[in-house]
Ligand binder design. Structure first.
Ligand SMILES: Nc1ncnc2c1ncn2[C@@H]1O[C@H](COP(=O)(O)OP(=O)(O)O)[C@@H](O)[C@H]1O
Ligand SMILES: [Mg+2]
Length: 256
């Protein structure tokens, strides 16, 4: 389906997920390779976050197969393997209010007890520097930082363990366009530095053009178009055209 067929780190094959009578994913096929940046676009409530949660084993899919690094993700051990090797920037940033910035960044390290708090803090400060935040923020709390700084902290938390794959769920939502652009630059820089595969969900077309190698559009539970980002403007697909140009008129009904 995409050029990522060569060496996929993650594949979703015919994934189905319903909540009661709400059929959210209806045979979703997606694949991302090492070093590839895949962006999933689609309207609100189409199942973008649900697809990432299924891939991380936070939600159990009803049918289909999720394959990580060539192995099916089907039991606790394989789910743990995915989570250990995947960084995640949750929708909204989702920092813990009551923890200091460094404790947020080093959350997994502190909780697994693999390193001392002192070492964990040092690593957090080094990682904060990668997202251009000084050591002075380490002892602050999330509420003391601006929205853009909070996203950078969330990015630091996603990369501290040098993951092989990173999920970004709406990383720039709520930011002004200039701050969003700066966050996108950092995302691209850090994903490249790690050589990681990245899967990003966004509504924001400026972010798509900046981050994506490959774009996939989710509509009515399926990927209805997937291709290289430079084909977005001549995809020949009326759903993509409507979404890219933000038109109310077209095959997609506005969610009102
Ligand atoms: N845990 C859940 N229980 C019931 N419905 C859910 C749950 N999580 C998501 N949904 C529903 O699934 C649909 C897709 O949600 P989501 O993936 O969050 O959308 P988006 O594409 O905006 O990220 C929505 O209708 C949402 O209400
Ligand atoms: Mg979402």
């Amino acid at each position: 389906m995409t050029q990522s067929a060569n060496n996929p780190i993650l594949e979703l094959r015919d994934v189905v997920k319903s909540f009661g009578s709400k059929h959210i994913l209806q045979g979703l096929n997606l694949s991302v390779s090492r070093g590839e940046s895949l962006v999933i676009i689609g309207g609100s409530g189409t199942g973008k976050s649900v697809s990432l949660k299924c891939a991380l084993g936070l939600l159990k899919h009803d049918a289909g197969e999720i394959v990580f690094d060539g192995k099916p993700v089907k039991d606790q051990k394989s789910v743990e393997d995915v989570r250990e090797r995947t960084g995640m920037l949750f929708q909204g940033g989702a920092l813990f209010d009551s923890l200091k910035i460094w404790e947020n960044v080093a959350f997994t390290k502190i909780n697994t007890g693999k390193v001392s708090r002192k070492i964990a803090k040092q690593e957090a400060i080094e990682t904060l520097a990668k997202v251009r935040l000084g050591a002075s923020v380490a002892d602050q709390y999330p509420s003391e930082l601006s929205g853009g700084m909070q996203k950078r902290v969330a990015l630091a938390r996603a990369i501290i363990d040098k993951p092989e794959m990173i999920f970004f769920d709406e990383p720039t939502t709520g930011l002004d366009p200039i701050t969003a652009d700066a966050v996108n630059d950092l995302i691209v820089e850090q994903v490249k530095a790690l050589g990681a595969a990245a899967v990003t969900i966004t509504h924001d077309m400026a972010s798509v053009r900046k981050i994506a190698d490959t774009v996939a559009m989710l509509y009515e539970g399926k990927i209805i178009w997937c291709g290289p980002v430079d084909r977005l403007d001549d995809s020949g697909n009326e759903y993509i055209d409507q979404f890219v140009h933000g038109r109310a008129q077209g095959p997609i009904q506005p969610a009102m």
